[in-house]
Design a protein around this ligand. Structure first.
Ligand code: ATP
Ligand code: MG
Length: 257
């Protein structure tokens, strides 16, 4: 395996709840190679979103390490943390909640460009149009507000925005869970195309193992703040070794492999 793009070791995180502190991430080890698509599955409350947010440093880290592009980032702050942002992007399950509701598509996609690149107005518009074309959004949607888009179009906008800064890794938290099967398939194909053409690595969080098997090179299964199993999708589905993996396999109706 090539040198890891992301290497997480013994990562622990706890939060304060009504009954005192409790662990949300309980010793996570996870490596992602450049261009690799890794699926992260697990039951509700297993800690998937917390792990995604911890990698982006949006969720507090108690101990352990997060190495990204050869640098330890687990305890970076301020300017040093800002500098890695363009390389590490996230797509949220509900883009409507993640976008500024008063920003039109042009601004939603253009904002990261304005922050990270000094482009002329014309260059910026050209780059936005290229990104829209890349994710299959027609130019006529430039002036729309997020609430005026379909769920699939919104996810395309979120992906275009994530791609704007040429990231090495995009973390996608249940990006297709709210979409119908046809649109879901289109978005999965788009993600495969992005990996193919840009070599972007993806950490793809979902519940549905059938969806993940179609996309991912490798699957990791989380339960109660730990990664309990990881391996090729075919192996996990054929010979699940953990109770959580068995539950996830059983939850997929009439799986065909
Ligand atoms: N900021 C927080 N404050 C308190 N508890 C939190 C916080 N963030 C996460 N948790 C708790 O951590 C646990 C893991 O939550 P998380 O959202 O990471 O799970 P998940 O695997 O993403 O679940 P789902 O599949 O439902 O999205 C849950 O018990 C949740 O209540
Ligand atoms: Mg979640």
């Amino acid at each position: 395996m090539a040198e890891a793009l992301l290497e997480i070791g013994a990562l622990c995180s706890s939060v304060r709840g009504p009954a005192g502190r409790h662990a949300v991430l309980n010793g996570i080890d996870l490596a992602i190679a450049p261009g690799e698509i890794v699926g992260l599955a697990g039951g509700s409350g297993a800690g998937k979103t917390s792990l995604a947010r911890a990698i982006l440093r949006l969720h507090p880290v108690d101990s352990g390490s997060i190495r990204f592009e050869g640098r330890e980032i687990a305890h970076l702050a301020g300017k040093a943390l800002r500098r890695i942002r363009p390389r590490l992007q996230m797509v949220f399950q509900d883009p409507l909640a993640a976008f500024n509701p008063r920003a039109r598509v042009e601004r939603v996609i253009g904002d990261p460009l304005r922050i990270w690149h000094s482009l002329s107005r014309t260059q910026e518009r050209q780059r936005i149009l290229t990104l829209m074309d890349r994710v299959g959004l027609p130019e006529r949607l430039l002036g729309r507000f997020p609430h005026e888009l379909s769920g699939g179009q919104r996810q395309r906008v979120a992906i275009a925005r994530a791609l704007a800064t040429d990231p090495a890794l995009i973390i996608l938290d249940e990006p297709v869970s709210a979409l119908d099967v046809a649109v879901r398939a289109q978005i999965l194909n788009l993600l495969l195309d992005i990996r193919e053409t840009s070599g972007t690595a993806l950490l793809f969080i979902a519940h549905d193992l059938a969806v993940m098997a179609a996309l991912c090179d490798r699957l990791c299964v989380m339960d109660a703040g730990r990664i309990v199993e990881s391996g090729s999708p075919d192996r996990l589905v054929a010979v699940p070794q953990s109770e959580m993996t068995r539950l996830l396999v059983a939850a997929v109706p009439k799986m065909r492999f």
